[in-house]
Write a protein that binds this ligand. Structure first.
Ligand code: TEU
Length: 561
């Protein structure tokens, strides 16, 4: 089959500053990653998505780039980067980089030029607007940090737009010169031999030129309907594709595009439209999160999972591409919300691993998920690092919450929960991540018991080993990449059951999300091997092929949970 390489791949996200520190400064770095390539090989992943490592003042952990063509010294040098790329390639692993092009850092030379004079040719690389009649912000949009999306530039008497931090001014994609400069930079990286990009906040690059006020009851953050999937988005993506990706063989592109309809995803990813290969399917990550309150949590049910999986399958599968993920650096780790109970922790981690690798879509594993890591909560606000979290704490106190109440919300929702360092071993109090106190704390040692890589990597019962098997299973069974999907028991509150079918084979996957044995009534479902699956024991996952098949080799191992 002549499919693009990503179709049968599993992607692994490395958050560089929390992966492995090689030089004893408390920050993960490129040599650290190089020292762990064997680990990635053992896990079996095909593509590594490397978080941003370019020069940056680091107000948003590198998502604020001040030089797209330099490596931040914290991570190493360009030689280190080239070595990493070469070694990954030697081991058959592809590397995609984070491409942060909705905004730059305010310390980027373009922005420095832009604020130096209204007449600078770089002025229009960003989005400027005069104050309203009373000197106020040009509109009521808010940034993702819940402050005004506008910052006043005193010398020029104008505001600039920033959808994220004030130190992350948004680029003006309506300026053709700016776009050309970005394309030159993208080609420069592709010339180095990297395999593609994860495109940060890419569906936000085209703003409604009227910059209208958001209605009073607009969802958080107000204004998003005027820049998400904006007026020229497809035109710009096609232009970028034509001028960059299309000129290199087999470039992989994965777009971060929050708030998209299925039709929109198809527009972004249908191969014949030449925009991107995949979009990150974000609904799963939002489970348990209050859509109206970025810091609020809410009850969830597995029906939401069923709906999301079915919607993406019906709307996008076979027409466009999407990657599925259950954790990432932007959200607290999902395990506690999803499956709670400590006593079932390992089984629960295996359950969601099975879920991720058997539903339609390309699996994306966030570092540490393969160890079954839970969310990290830090003791006090001083231990949190994320600017958005610190801003929310201040806001919550202003709104009358006590420090304990604010912290309780932060424990559940801060993205720092997913950013604590990888626990490699028990060689020291920093779990072998570093020789010194890391930039952000690890969980207490007791919480890491059994979770460290050294405790899992050679252990056939471990979560790590289980991920490894699932990845192998996908490699051996194109069914998981191409097979059709049929949801069973759609109304069931505890069981997520479905079939996948490909060529002459059909698999049944039954996931028990409850913490107890569940009896299933299969009547009404067209499952010819129903008798075989009537009872599930405990909270575990079970696979089966039709009972009349003898060849149960691959999955037999996975049944031994
Ligand atoms: O995130 C963009 C994004 O869509 C946000 O909604 C993100 O989920 C939110 O900020 C979480 O609090 C990307 C990166 O993944 C994120 O780390 C960066 O902070 C952001 O872009 C700005 O570059």
């Amino acid at each position: 089959m002549n499919a693009p390489s990503w179709k049968e791949s599993v992607i692994y996200q490395i958050y560089p500053q929390s992966f492995k520190d090689s030089n004893g400064d408390g920050w993960g770095d490129l040599q650290g990653i190089i020292s762990k390539i064997d680990y990635l090989v053992k896990l079996g992943v095909d593509i590594v998505w490397l978080g941003p490592v370019c020069e940056s003042p680091m107000v948003d952990n590198g998502y604020d780039i001040s030089d797209y063509q330099q490596i931040h010294p914290r991570y190493g040098t360009m030689e280190d980067f080239e070595q990493l790329l070469a070694k990954l390639h030697e081991n058959g692993i592809k590397l995609i980089m984070d491409l942060v092009i909705n905004h730059t850092s305010d310390e980027h030379p373009w922005f420095q030029q832009a604020i130096s004079s209204k007449d600078s040719p770089y002025r229009d690389y960003y989005i400027w607007k005069e104050p309203g009649a009373d000197g106020q912000e040009p509109n009521n949009w808010k940034s993702f940090l819940n402050e005004s999306a506008w910052t006043y530039d005193e010398p020029s008497g104008e505001y600039y737009l920033h959808l994220f931090d004030r130190k992350q001014p948004d680029l003006n994609w309506d300026n053709a010169h700016m776009r050309q400069e970005l394309y030159t930079m993208i080609r420069w990286w592709l010339d180095k031999g990297i395999d593609g990009f994860r495109l940060d906040a890419i569906n936000m690059i085209s703003k409604d030129p009227q910059l209208p006020d958001a209605p009073a009851d607009a969802p958080h953050p107000p204004g998003q309907e005027f820049y998400k999937n904006g007026p020229h988005i497809h035109e710009y993506l096609q232009e970028m594709h034509e001028q960059t990706f299309s000129r290199y063989p087999d470039v992989i592109t994965l777009g971060e595009a929050p708030s998209v309809t299925m039709n929109e995803v198809v527009r972004y990813t249908a191969p014949e439209r030449h925009e991107m290969d995949m979009v990150l399917a974000m609904d799963l990550i939002r489970i348990g999160k209050d859509p109206k309150d970025a810091w609020g949590s809410q009850e969830w049910s597995i029906r939401e999972l069923k709906k999301s999986v079915s919607d993406w399958y019906a709307g996008v599968f076979g027409k466009g591409g999407y990657a599925l993920y259950l954790s990432t650096h932007d959200h607290p780790r999902i395990m506690p919300d999803l499956l709670g109970a400590d006593e079932h922790e390992i089984t629960a981690a295996k359950l969601i691993a099975t879920f991720l690798h058997t539903i339609p879509g390309t699996p994306l594993i966030y570092q540490g998920e393969e160890l079954g890591l839970g969310n990290t909560t830090y003791n006090q606000i001083e231990d949190y690092r994320d600017a958005g979290t610190l801003a929310y704490y201040e806001q919550a106190l202003r709104e009358g919450l006590s420090s304990e109440q604010a912290l309780a919300r932060i424990h559940r929702r801060s993205r720092d929960g997913a950013r604590s360092p990888m626990p490699w071993d028990d060689s020291n109090e920093y779990a072998g991540f570093s020789t010194v106190e890391p930039w952000i704390h690890l969980p207490p040692a007791a919480k890491l018991e059994g979770k460290r890589v050294s405790e899992q990597e050679n252990h056939p019962d471990s979560v790590f080993y289980y991920y490894r098997q699932l990845i192998q299973m996908r490699k051996q069974n194109p069914m998981m990449s191409y097979g059709s999907f049929q949801l069973l028991l759609p109304e069931h509150e505890e069981i997520f059951a479905f079939t996948r079918e490909w060529e002459d084979e059909k698999w049944l996957v039954v996931l028990n999300f409850a913490d107890h044995e569940v009896n299933i009534d299969w009547s009404g479902e067209e499952v010819e091997w129903a008798d075989h699956m009537i009872k599930l024991h405990g909270n575990y996952t079970k696979f089966s092929r039709p009972v009349d098949r003898e060849d149960e080799h691959t999955m037999a191992e996975l049944q031994q949970l």
